[in-house]
Design a protein around this ligand. Structure first.
Ligand code: ATP
Ligand code: LTN
Length: 327
């Protein structure tokens, strides 16, 4: 029996943080036994905002090494670099002719990232969700594991695919987003009302996967907490403590109720120390594995992944071109 296809991507646009890990990458690892998985380092997405060429080159390999460290197994899953498969750019252009300006204007990520400087924003940033749709649709993807910030883009992908299928022939598979019940939106440590982000100005807002563990502990100790003193999950009134409870729970494997009991009659200080310790334990182990993976091996895995991805993507592109009369 054929396993259903999964596709997801991570941008090499900054240092990956525990939000990316807990919201997306842990899903990738868990799903690879029951699905036919393809995970992509989406470098063409990253260049929608200006990148330093040397850092970009370094980060592409870094993301591949982080995938491998987290437990993505290249024998089970395809891992590749987006720009190594030209069909992504090609289908993206075709889908740009199907997408509507009015739909793209509604995208929250575009509104957030373009901010007040829309005049200086690249056209690529605006068309970004269309490239993401191309990524997903090229592989006849059924399931797209992501953090909750990407659900809107997957919805747009579904609408685009449906419009294409309606305008032409039923060609494209309609995908679905998959988000975790807990961890789909890890919040910033300095401002727990905003999601943890690579691009937030303050480094104290996020724990990076390659942070020195002692630095990461300091970040947790400095995290914004809420008024009161009770360690209790209540996102509306206690977003800071609730976020730290989520992080502790996902790293330690203890459920939130158990943690609440453990910290009855203990203050925020004790609780933060416990979270800081969990983070330190996790990062120490993770980084030891990361350091065992060689850049050259990671490059080979990406190259091999592209070889396996290309024919799958080519097949869909060929069908699309036939339907619209390009060949
Ligand atoms: P950022 O906004 O952090 O700068 P991003 O969301 O633009 O990064 P990616 O690094 O490509 O870009 O995201 C990789 C995956 O991580 C996506 O599935 C995304 O939804 C998920 N993700 C990003 N931030 C968080 C978060 N704070 N909590 C949970 N998942 C997240
Ligand atoms: N837009 C996503 C990254 C991304 C992606 C994809 C995720 C690009 N292509 C395809 C899932 C499927 C982000 O910013 N996190």
């Amino acid at each position: 029996m054929l396993k259903p296809r999964i596709f997801s991507g991570v941008q090499p646009s900054g240092n990956l943080h525990i939000g990316n890990y807990l919201g997306a990458i842990t899903q990738f690892v868990a799903l690879q036994n029951n699905y036919d998985c393809i995970f992509c380092v989406v470098d063409l997405h990253a260049i929608t905002v200006l990148q330093d060429p040397d850092s970009l080159r370094k980060r592409i390999i870094e993301v591949a090494r982080l995938f491998l460290t987290a437990g993505i197994d290249p024998k089970k899953s395809i891992i590749f670099q987006q720009s190594d498969v030209p069909a992504h750019a090609e289908l993206s252009w075709i889908l740009n002719t199907v997408a509507r300006m009015s739909d793209l204007k509604k995208m929250t990520q575009f509104k957030d990232k373009s901010g007040r400087e829309e005049a200086n924003v690249s056209a690529g940033l605006f068309a970004y969700p269309v490239l993401m749709a191309a990524d997903i649709l090229l592989y006849e993807t059924e399931v797209v594991p992501v953090g909750d910030d990407q659900v809107q883009h997957v919805e747009l992908t579904r609408d685009l695919a449906k419009r294409f299928n309606h305008q032409f022939k039923e060609t494209l598979t309609i995908p679905k987003a998959k988000i975790l019940k807990s961890g789909a939106r890890i919040m910033g440590l300095d401002d727990p009302t905003k999601k943890m982000s690579k691009s937030a100005e303050s480094e104290y807002s996020r724990i990076e996967l390659l942070d020195e563990p002692s630095v990461a502990m300091k970040k947790i100790m400095r995290a914004t907490t809420d008024s009161g003193s009770e360690v209790k999950y209540d996102y509306k009134n206690k977003p800071g403590i609730s976020n730290l409870l989520t992080i502790h729970s996902l790293l330690s494997g203890k459920d939130i109720k158990t943690l609440e009991k453990e910290f009855v009659n203990k203050g925020y200080g004790d609780f933060k120390k416990a979270v800081a310790n969990e983070v330190k334990l996790f990062l120490t182990k993770f980084q030891a594995k990361y350091n065992e993976i060689d850049d050259i091996d990671a490059r080979k895995i990406l190259d091999d992944g592209a070889k396996r991805a290309r024919p799958i993507a080519k097949k869909t592109l060929k069908k699309v071109k036939e339907e619209i009369g390009l060949n």
